[in-house]
Design a protein around this ligand. Structure first.
Ligand SMILES: [Zn+2]
Ligand SMILES: [Zn+2]
Length: 389
């Protein structure tokens, strides 16, 4: 339950972050337009800028976020170093600070005193304002992240973070500029513009992805699913799903949902650079979606004046609910049977019963998917029949 009142703003300005954000943004809105108007920037600068933008963004989403903050899979050290270098280049602090803060965001989501970028403190605050002052909600407790402290790549990057951030941002654009004989084009486009875009694309996840979109999985927090936002955030726009199932390596779970971070992780697994990819069982996904459909249908019923057509739909809804609870009970029974069979350690018997269980679980998942579509159309009919009180 979020606190009713935020901590008063008596906090001093966080000068390093404020200056960094101001000194990178100002030239992008002043010098860059003038330069583009008066000079020609090489195609190489635009192409390298786009490639660096993608490598920075994906190192944050696949590395900082899904690997280190959520442990959604394990990665080969070579991949970790790539994430540490190109994630450092995104200048969003060290992996240790970023992932610790993000775990606090999930643990205290929306709490105005403990979520570092609580959406309940407004769009500006959750987007960028939280970084501009030393708020108590920004104080981190590293004793809660022993796994991160034990990670050699995380510890090294944290100790030498300024080299990772400054070194990459100066050396890479300048070296490429010298190579392609377009230093200023590279500094402005592949250096500054790329960095500012990379910043705001990530910041959108804390601001817009908590304010704009649908809530198909849960309404217990402000997180939203938004296909449009996924285009800019390397697939992190499916934030409602992510807040319910944070340890899943996917955010967009359907094959057609734009989640390049998920495709990158799956490709790395195929190449042997990632393993133990965690996925939420389809049953749990369907259960969450149907529960949400029932909630919305009941909200519609509660807001309407009763009439005969509505009462018929209500009866149908209760029948569906009955069937749903029975399906969930059946699934739970299969799960406990699996556990007790495993304890018996009778290999032959276990394998035989496991095959039977898997078949039953697949059948349950299929029936839940069909029921979800039925409940969805029932909810739509209910909403169409509503007569406001
Ligand atoms: Zn969030
Ligand atoms: Zn997260």
């Amino acid at each position: 339950m979020p606190n009713p009142k935020p901590t008063p703003i008596t906090n001093s300005i966080n000068w390093p972050a404020t200056l960094m954000l101001a000194l990178t943004s100002l030239p992008v809105v002043t010098v860059l337009p003038w330069y583009l108007w008066t000079h020609e920037v090489s195609a190489a600068a635009w192409i390298c800028g786009a490639l660096l933008l993608a490598s920075n963004g994906l190192s944050i989403t696949a590395g900082y976020h899904r690997l280190w903050a959520h442990r959604a899979y394990s990665a080969h050290p070579a991949l970790k170093w790539l994430y540490a270098i190109f994630g450092g280049m995104a200048v969003q602090n060290s992996i240790l600070i970023w992932a610790t803060g993000h775990r606090a965001h999930h643990r205290h989501v929306d709490d105005i005193d403990h979520d570092p970028y609580s959406a309940k403190r407004g769009l500006w605050f959750s987007h960028i304002g939280w970084m501009l002052r030393d708020y108590p909600s920004n104080r981190l407790d590293f004793s809660r992240v022993p796994d991160l402290l034990d990670d050699k790549v995380v510890a090294f990057q944290h100790r030498h973070y300024l080299w990772f951030a400054f070194g990459t941002n100066f050396a890479i654009p300048v070296a490429l500029g010298l190579l392609f004989h377009d230093i200023w084009g590279f500094v402005l486009v592949a250096g500054l513009l790329r960095l500012v875009l990379s910043h705001h694309f990530t910041f959108f996840i804390n601001s817009l992805a908590h304010a704009w979109g649908r809530q198909p999985f849960t309404n217990l927090n402000t997180a939203r699913d938004n296909d449009f936002l996924a285009l800019f955030t390397w697939g992190e726009g499916y934030h409602n799903y992510h807040h319910l199932f944070q340890w899943d390596y996917r955010n967009g779970i359907r094959w057609w949902q734009y989640d390049p971070t998920k495709w990158l992780i799956a490709s790395c697994a195929w190449l042997g650079l990632a393993k133990d990819l965690k996925r939420v069982p389809d049953f749990k996904v369907q259960r969450a979606r149907i529960t949400r459909q029932f909630e919305r249908a009941r909200e519609a019923l509660a807001s309407s004046r009763p009439h005969s057509r509505l009462l018929t739909l209500q009866t149908q809804l209760e029948t569906e609910w009955q069937q749903f609870t029975e399906t969930v009970a059946h699934w739970t029974a299969l799960q406990s049977e699996k556990l007790s069979d495993a304890k018996l350690q009778m290999q032959d018997k276990w394998e035989h019963s496991e095959i039977r269980r898997r078949l039953q679980m697949h059948a349950i998942e299929r029936s839940l998917r069909i029921q979800r579509r039925r409940v969805q159309s029932l909810r739509r009919s209910l909403m169409a029949e509503c007569v406001p009180v």
